[in-house]
Design a protein around this ligand. Structure first.
Ligand SMILES: [Zn+2]
Length: 251
């Protein structure tokens, strides 16, 4: 059987001197792993498509064990990302995040569209990459069923707050009463941070990343979301995040 679908490359693994396996985020079938014959040979037909972030229409034949890519009509290669270490580091982390939440046979087109939007933002616009990271993390959590609770106390359901706590383990806001009683591990956060997170969750990512925030607030929110994701996606390490943090230190 042969099928045709729009897809973006999330990962590339070499399997021989000439061939690679591409992990694809497809519009019709969710995650697909498929062999690109000759993907490592510069002159091969599939070589231009055998790169991370390439977006195109893939024609794939179903195999017994692994599917095989027959041809690709590239819509956008996002090659500029691969030429800039900082862009590459951020976009690789976003690709690894997608890879960790999507599954075979289940579509997640809201996430795929958001991923394509951030690839465009990183390629063509000058927005703050740390803010893009924060917005993408929240969107991804929302579209994959791991959204933090940001309207009521996760412990008692209370919706009024004098001070606001955030409990990474419980996955959301903690009210004053519960904070004092049970949640010594929760951290106090600025109420504006809750508004920011709710806005980033709801608004279109190409618009929301234009808001102006203090770098200290973006940093603090990034710290919270990195730990939240590590805990709730049950993935202890994201290699691409370690790479990203190394790059940030050297800049
Ligand atoms: Zn409470």
């Amino acid at each position: 059987m042969i099928y045709k679908t729009d897809a973006v490359v999330l990962r590339k693994n070499k399997i021989s001197d000439s061939d690679v396996i591409l992990t694809l985020f497809t519009r019709k079938l969710g995650k697909v792993r498929a062999v690109a014959k000759g993907g490592r040979k510069p002159k091969a037909r599939l070589s231009p498509a055998s790169h991370i972030f390439v977006f195109g229409e893939f024609i794939i034949s179903k195999g017994k064990e692994l599917d095989r890519i027959s041809s690709v009509d590239i819509h956008e290669s996002f090659y500029k990302i691969r030429e800039d270490l900082s862009k590459l580091a951020y976009a690789s982390y976003f690709a690894e995040l997608c890879d960790s939440v999507i599954v075979e046979g289940a579509t997640n087109n809201r996430l795929m569209d958001t991923f394509l939007k951030v690839l465009s933002l990183i390629t063509y616009k000058g927005e703050d990459f740390e803010l893009i990271k924060l917005a993408f993390q929240l969107k991804l959590l929302n579209y994959s069923g791991f959204k933090p609770e940001l309207t009521r106390c996760v412990s008692c359901g209370n919706m009024t707050f004098k001070k606001v706590g955030f409990d990474i383990y419980q996955g959301g806001l903690i009210c004053d009463d519960c904070f004092l009683k049970y949640h010594k591990n929760a951290i106090l956060i600025n109420p504006t941070m809750v508004k920011v997170m709710n806005y980033l969750l709801k608004a279109d990512i190409t618009i929301s990343v234009k808001i102006k925030l203090k770098p200290s607030m973006i940093n603090q929110l990034n710290g919270i979301m990195d730990r939240y994701i590590q805990l709730h996606l049950e993935r202890r390490t994201f290699k691409s995040l370690e790479f990203l943090n190394t790059i940030k230190k050297t800049n």
